[in-house]
Design a protein around this ligand. Structure first.
Ligand SMILES: Nc1ncnc2c1ncn2[C@@H]1O[C@H](COP(=O)(O)OP(=O)(O)O)[C@@H](O)[C@H]1O
Ligand SMILES: [Mg+2]
Length: 244
């Protein structure tokens, strides 16, 4: 068994011009874990997950994914990424969107079609597969984005605010999928600014101003901060850092 963390972020600093957006971030995520990154808008969540999928080159520090230093083309083929805003081809059908992304991962022909049908079923879009995406609702687009992130059966799934703007029923369904994927050994990072969603994660990294202020299970964070809510814990750890 490989006990190394699946994701290891080491002393990561990301600067854009003079502004330091991530400040010496350390983070390790283990196989089959759902790690939440919770922080307000502008705290650096997207910048952090983009760094993990190799879309930004860090100013300092490094990231290891599946025992490989990134950026690495080989390793990126084992990672699914769902961006904060849907990146879909509006004029193509759901199926054709999936086949397009499948081809990027080298999946073609019958195998691509079969896998596309699987993820369409998984996200309850099977009946809508021929419709052009421009006629999709916001929730359907999010579901298709999730389907695309799963097309190549990734070992690691990085989801940037996947449930923003979707109704509570669909949010619940998404979480059922995340737990299913976790049970198959998939390692998941999910960013959120929603407190009740954060409670569903195995561990939570609280991020504020580009720094991780606390990292533990939701239960442990509440205990350590002597509060009954994640919101309370967030404020507590934010304060104690600011006071340094
Ligand atoms: N490419 C970039 N160039 C300059 N500033 C950026 C860039 N990307 C993000 N930022 C800044 O970094 C900060 C964190 O942004 P982001 O990671 O998107 O936060 P979050 O996802 O938590 O809302 C913001 O102040 C944002 O304006
Ligand atoms: Mg963001």
């Amino acid at each position: 068994m490989n006990a190394n963390p699946v994701i290891s972020v080491n002393n990561l600093t990301q600067q854009f011009g003079k502004s330091v957006v991530l400040d010496k971030v350390d983070l390790k995520v283990h196989k089959g874990e759902i790690l939440g990154i919770l922080g307000p808008s502008g705290s650096g969540k997207t910048t952090l997950v983009k760094a993990i999928v190799g879309m930004n080159s860090p100013t300092e520090g490094d990231i290891t994914l599946l025992d490989t230093k990134i950026p690495s083309l080989k390793v990126i083929s084992r990672v699914g990424y769902m961006a904060q805003s849907d990146a879909l081809y509006e004029d193509l059908s759901a199926m054709d969107n999936l086949l397009f992304f499948a081809a990027l991962y080298g999946l073609k022909g019958k195998a691509a079609k079969v896998r596309a049908e699987e993820v369409l079923k998984l996200t309850h879009l099977y009946e809508e597969q021929k419709k052009p995406v421009r006629n999709f609702s916001g929730g359907m687009k999010r579901r298709l984005s999730l389907a695309i992130s799963l097309i190549h059966e990734p070992d690691v799934l990085i989801l940037d605010e996947p449930t923003v703007g979707i109704d509570p029923v669909l949010r619940q369904e998404f979480w059922e999928k995340f737990y299913e994927l976790k049970s198959t050994g998939c390692t998941i990072i999910i960013t959120t600014h929603v407190m009740d969603e954060a409670e569903k994660c195995d561990r939570l990294a609280l991020i504020r101003g580009g720094r991780i202020t606390a990292l533990s299970s939701p239960e442990e964070l509440k205990k350590q901060s002597n509060t009954s809510t994640i919101e309370g814990a967030f404020l507590y750890f934010g304060r104690s850092k600011d006071g340094e």
